[in-house]
Design a binder for this molecule. Structure first.
Ligand code: BGC
Length: 721
């Protein structure tokens, strides 16, 4: 028996869709032909907390989802948020995405994606809920640690290889949270008002890069934009993502992000997850059949309120995702919690560590140290716990204190906690369980007696620190750390401050200490990676993926008052517009304490004269900048050459600097190489709101080559005709 598909293809038999040699689009039509309305509608909503149905009658497997984005989360119960208590689900925890971004190394993003994809595959997960690419707008956002920093070019360059690496395993990446979820306060309903220009220039490019890299799924954000929730938002999903960008993937809600059947049907939502249900009832109030895209959808299709084509479009997308994952031929098998993954995690964690300050070359640590005081709660804490949905149960975890002991077996290492966060997790505020004055005093005593002090503090994954569902309350280091650092430095000036965080912190105490390291959340191998860098086994090469303002009010979003952040409870207005991060600091001449792109090394580099391959160019062409770079120091190290573009005389306001490309180069001592950076001239364009499109203005542009957003080595002129 042969039959016609709706795409006009002829299939020999209704089971042709099983043939892996047939093209995916043909197989989709083959399946679609055979599904009942009920089976189709079932595909569009959850059947458990982290699962959505397949087609049992045809043997088409259900889909399994997992957070994301730093490792495969421990198994969750079918109907509630409790952990299922498995003993086979302890994963490799990879470094937080801020750390990955700080590596400025897309090849590491590919390795990251591959490794986490392998873990997801082994755990039989089909959709990995990550990466997160919301732009870092304010240092108070509780979820910045899950994202790729403040710059759209950097985030776009890192997200594409991550997605590709995950999907090589037959596991879909789910890029989140689309879009404008830049704070946790009021995230479920806040109406974000932002100009079209800032939307396209700042907040969408990383999503666009992910879509163009072929991400198989996206997650809608909780907040609202343009009058609609982002999970069923006509402008964001239908017009931009599926329309203008031509994306063929599946739009999944954030858990509980759907609010309306009609909008869900018409505005591009494909799979609804996490809407409230106790799950125990079925076919009745608050069972999965009550989801917006379940019975109400089916009923509307049957009574003609909703066109069947909309259902078919969703189903085609879902079947496409299945044919790429659960139904893919020769799907790799994956691997889980391996030494190889631990090595990858360690390499990335070390590559992202940023040496902020290193006066008198206090670092690397001298090999013969005899007595080290290690101070701070984060030296011993498992920072993979807490933080919300990205929380992980690692199969191994090496703390900084343990790693120092392993690396310096002959040294006497004295530990003092120094401060107490109360170790509260997800849903509580930190309430100290120890006497803070006593902890402080013990730490000062330990510091006084030591040859060198390593303070390991920063933020943590407690509620209102780096944690989902709420924002930070203040910019200062919490739990009395600034006073403690000052007091430690008074008794022992040989002090290294290590900040573990996913956010910038106030750092006026920095003047009192010679060495500062931004260590992020490094995952399973955090301690080893940190000690790799402190010891000099690995030369630090990370660069800041966001600015550290001196004061909170120096941050663009914060400087415009409460309607800008956190909003009035209903709406918020992104008044800084396109001037996010260093774009603000540089254009408004408000210096940051630590600027975007900054990061020191144990070696030194010299940059030769940069050259451009042309003096004039036009749309559609490419430009190549060449810069000779030499390692003039004594150890192997890496420098990140950063290319910033500006248009000094433009018809619209433009930022003083915008990163358009970068390249990380490793060099042996004495080695020189020429770095070539090629950029499309079209990336100099701005988003023109009247044309509703990108516009490349003719005129003169400045290309600045540097090693941070403020360390500019050469400026080159080019004229666009
Ligand atoms: C988070 C998502 C996460 C989902 C599932 C939501 O609360 O915003 O990032 O993937 O839960 O855990």
């Amino acid at each position: 028996m042969s039959f016609q598909t709706s795409a006009g293809e002829t299939l020999d038999s209704p089971t042709d869709w099983l043939d892996p040699d047939k093209a995916i689009e043909e197989r989709i039509e083959g399946i679609l032909q055979q599904l009942t309305l009920e089976e189709k509608a079932a595909l569009c909503h959850a059947q458990g907390k982290f699962s959505s149905p397949g087609v049992p009658r045809l043997g088409i497997p259900e889909l399994w989802y997992s957070d994301g984005p730093h490792g495969v989360r421990a198994e969750i119960n079918w109907n509630n948020w409790g952990y299922a208590g498995w003993t086979s689900d302890s994963c490799t925890a990879f470094p937080a995405l801020t750390c990955l971004a700080a590596s400025f190394d897309p090849s590491l993003a590919l390795e990251y994606g591959r490794a986490i994809g392998q873990e997801a595959r082994y755990r039989k997960k089909d959709v990995l809920l990550g990466p997160g690419v919301n732009i870092y707008r304010t240092p108070l956002n509780g979820r910045n640690f899950e994202y790729l920093g403040e710059d759209p070019c950097l985030a776009a360059a890192m997200v594409a290889p991550y997605v590709q690496g995950v999907q090589e395993n037959g596991v879909a990446a789910c890029v989140k949270h689309y879009a404008l979820n830049n704070q946790e306060t009021d995230r479920g309903h806040i109406m974000v008002e932002v100009s079209q220009r800032a939307l396209h220039e700042i907040y969408l490019p990383a999503f666009k890069a992910a879509a163009q890299a072929g991400a198989w799924s996206f997650m809608g954000a909780y907040n609202q934009y343009n009058g609609e929730h982002c999970c069923h938002n006509d402008l964001l999903i239908n017009q931009i993502l599926k329309g203008r960008w031509g994306w063929d993937g599946v739009l999944i809600t954030d858990w509980g992000g759907a609010h309306d059947t009609r909008q869900a049907v018409f505005n591009g939502l494909d799979i609804e997850m996490g809407t409230y249900t106790n799950g125990l009832t079925s076919e009745s109030a608050f069972g999965y059949n009550d989801y917006y895209l379940a019975d109400p959808f089916l009923k509307g299709i049957k009574d003609g309120s909703y066109p069947i084509e909309l259902l078919n479009d969703k189903v085609r997308r879902i079947l496409r995702l299945m044919l790429r994952t659960t139904l893919a031929p020769r799907r790799p098998l994956g691997s889980f919690a391996t030494e190889a993954h631990a090595r990858t995690a360690r390499e990335i964690a070390a590559a992202g560590i940023v040496l902020l300050k290193n006066d008198k070359k206090l670092l690397p640590l001298s090999p013969g140290l005899r007595k080290i005081a290690v101070i701070g709660e984060n030296a011993t804490r498992n920072l993979m716990q807490g933080g919300g949905s990205s929380e992980l149960k690692p199969w191994r975890s090496v703390t900084p204190l343990q790693a120092l002991g392993l690396r310096y077996p002959d040294a006497e290492i004295v530990y003092a906690q120094g401060y107490d966060s109360g170790k509260a997790m997800y849903s509580q505020e930190g309430v100290p369980t120890h006497d803070p004055a006593r902890l402080h005093e013990q730490a000062v005593q330990a510091a006084r007696d030591a040859e060198l002090v390593i303070f390991v503090g920063g933020l943590n994954k407690n509620h209102r620190q780096d944690c989902e569902a709420a924002d930070r309350k203040s910019y200062e280091l919490p739990f009395g750390q600034p006073e403690l650092i000052r007091d430690l430095a008074l008794v022992n000036p040989r002090i290294v401050v290590v900040l573990l965080s996913g956010n910038a912190v106030e750092s006026s105490w920095a003047a009192q200490v010679p060495a500062i390291v931004q260590g992020w959340y490094g995952g399973s191998e955090a301690g080893n990676a940190l000690v790799d860098v402190l010891s000099g086994d690995v030369c630090p090469s990370g660069k800041l993926p966001f600015s550290f303002p001196e004061k909170l009010g120096d941050n663009a979003a914060m400087s415009f008052g409460s309607l800008s952040y956190p909003g009035d409870g209903k709406r918020q207005v992104y008044m800084e517009d396109i001037l996010v991060g260093y774009r603000w600091h540089d254009t408004r001449k408000i210096p940051a304490a630590w600027p975007f792109g900054h990061g020191l090394s144990y070696t030194s580099f010299s940059l030769g004269k940069a050259r451009l391959d042309k003096k004039t160019c036009q749309a559609g062409e490419q430009l190549t900048v060449s810069v000779p770079v030499s390692n003039t120091g004594k150890c192997r190290g890496a420098q990140v050459i950063q290319l910033y573009v500006s248009q000094p005389k433009a018809s619209v306001p433009r930022p003083a600097k915008e990163l358009k490309a970068f390249s990380k180069i490793w060099l042996d001592p004495g080695e020189s190489r020429t770095v070539e950076i090629t950029v499309p001239v079209d990336c100099f364009a701005y988003y023109d709101e009247t044309r509703q499109d990108w516009h490349l203005e003719a005129g003169e542009y400045l290309l600045r080559v540097g090693t941070s957003s403020t360390e500019i080595h050469t400026s080159l002129k080019v004229s666009v005709q």
